[in-house]
Design a binder for this molecule. Structure first.
Ligand code: FFO
Ligand code: ATP
Length: 230
């Protein structure tokens, strides 16, 4: 039987409220971290990822470019390793405030420039010679690996983002394309400081769990696919 609309709406607003509260709590924890702690954990996380089978085997990788203000796990060492190993690299370009983001191909760090309002480095839409950059939804065979940011995570792979819905929407599109062609969906790997691991994050129906949580102490295999194949 379908739940009455009012119950669904009440449940929805309870989840939104719980997300808001948890975002505020985790932001406080992140603010309390020293730069040394952040640097050290970021370097340990990068080492774990670089040594992993999902990174070594990936021909195409999408990853966010760390923003100091957002106090995220630093991805620079991962981007450099991926470029050096000849992997195809894709990074986010926010298109609008309706959860639309593109993951665009870059060849070098010089392809990035700071974008308002947070100064996050983003690729230009076009390459130097005017041609459009390839987008992760066009990779032949599908994207292999998506390294994701977020605020809070749990051992089951639950992920609490910043509320923009950008990654939810992108993952949905990547999964749909993989399914349409009978390809493996990309490995979803979230990068997390130890301060970001919580008992359980509140989730809505559109939130997709990640496969792996990369933490300074090791890789947590969350999904059954990760437990079986990694
Ligand atoms: N490094 C990085 N790049 C990314 C994301 C991200 O989370 N991290 N995004 C992921 O979606 C997209 C950008 N979307 C964003 C959506 C919301 C907020 C946001 O609300 N930020 C702050 C406000 C910080 C401030 O004012 O200093 C917040 O969390 O309160 C930031 C980015 C694409 N690129
Ligand atoms: N697949 C989707 N298509 C369109 N809108 C979506 C999709 N997934 C989520 N959204 C919208 O995005 C908004 C924010 O969702 P939510 O709070 O779960 O974001 P988040 O997971 O914290 O953000 P992000 O995915 O960018 O890290 C919601 O209003 C939701 O309706």
């Amino acid at each position: 039987m379908q739940a009455p609309v009012t119950t669904v709406a009440a449940e929805h607003s309870a989840v939104l409220e719980a997300k808001k509260t948890m975002r505020a709590q985790i932001k406080k924890q992140l603010k309390a971290m020293s730069s040394d702690d952040m640097r050290q954990q970021s370097s340990q996380i990068a080492q774990q990822v670089i040594a992993s089978s999902f990174f070594r085997q990936a021909r195409s990788v999408a990853l966010y470019i760390t923003c100091e203000r957002l106090r995220e796990v630093d991805t620079m060492a991962l981007l450099q390793a991926a470029l050096q190993q000849g992997k195809q690299c894709f990074v986010p370009l926010v298109e609008d405030s309706q959860s639309n983001m593109a993951l665009l191909h870059i060849d070098t760090l010089d392809d990035l420039q700071p974008a308002p309002p947070f100064g996050i480095l983003e690729p230009s839409k076009q390459q130097r010679y005017g041609s459009d950059r390839q987008n992760a939804l066009q990779v032949a065979g599908g994207l292999d690996l998506l390294l994701m940011p977020g605020l809070g995570f749990d051992r089951e792979g639950g992920r609490l983002g910043r509320g923009g819905g950008y990654y939810d929407k992108m993952v949905h599109a990547l999964d749909a394309r993989a399914q349409q062609h009978g390809w493996q969906p990309p490995w979803l790997v979230a990068l997390a400081f130890s301060q970001q691991l919580v008992q359980q994050v509140p989730t809505s129906h559109h939130d997709r769990d990640v496969d792996v949580l990369a933490m300074p102490t090791g890789l947590l295999r969350c999904s059954s696919r990760a437990k079986q194949h990694l």
